[in-house]
Design a binder for this molecule. Sequence first.
Ligand code: C2E
Ligand code: MG
Ligand code: MG
Ligand code: MG
Length: 287
Amino acid sequence: RAKNQGKNRVQLFNQDIADTLDRRQLIEQKLNHTLALQTFELAYMPILNTQTQRIEAVEVLLRCPHLSAEGIGPDEFIPVAESTGLIRMIDLNVIEQALERLVYYQREFGYQGRFCINISASQLSNDLFAANVGSLIYRFGVDPSKVEIEITETSMVDSSQKSMELLGQLKNLGVRLSLDDYGTGYTAFNQLLDYPVDCLKIDRSFVNELGKGDGERPPVVDIILALARWKQLEVVAEGVETQEQFQYLRQTECQMVQGFYFSKPLNQESFEAYLTEQVSLGKALAS
Ligand code: C2E
Ligand code: MG
Ligand code: MG
Ligand code: MG
């Protein structure tokens, strides 16, 4: 009996692996398909200034309709895109679409903020990446200072010569750089000194713990804000979900916030409605 049970367990285990492989295959197939048909979509998430509560930037987030229909979002499909190498094409696709939209929203809606675009860690070893971004910026004629590239802190852990070179090349294009999900990687504080970044995005796990501490130690958010002040970096707190979290961040002079408390990622149509409202609000405030 014991032997049989062992065998069943092995079968179950094999079944799990098979399911995982099926799922990965499904994701890969849908990603290829979406890339070929050019049917990736973008979602737009406002980033607000804590003092004025007005829109300062927008984070562009990738959406794959064929996969979201199956309940699969970027947290699951991006790693598959990375392991298959598809991510290089996908990221460029996103940048191209985002720049085209940025120009459009500037022209048609009077949008004046930045567009923040995520890139995968694997671009850090892609020799052509900066040149590709440069030619897209040139093609659309966008002001590079309105473009911000987000790189996750975890991807900077090795901080090889090559990654540092790439960051330098991007800075030379005039774009802004930010370290995403800051605090979850293990970059030493002194290492941060070497990165040519403009902004830290505090990971939402630290925003989430605000107000839940026992007062025994300072919130991680405070430590990151002190570090940023000392390095003269801007800060965005991610994942703000409550009024209390927002009040805290505003008082501690965190410049920017983003999260469900203000807005979920918006599809194109909702984003346009949001922009119209914001722009007329701005005009009303200015006049
Ligand atoms: P991220 O860059 O840290 O993006 C923020 C993620 O947190 C988004 O999830 C957003 O919906 C979610 N979020 C923001 N505020 C809140 C909040 O208040 N509460 C909660 N619960 N969640 C919040 P999303 O869109 O699923 O993206 C997940 C990750 O996928 C992104 O994390 C980013 O690392 C990656 N990603 C998204 N688009 C792209 C892309 O175009 N290229 C690459 N390489 N990666 C991307
Ligand atoms: Mg991001
Ligand atoms: Mg993040
Ligand atoms: Mg993330």
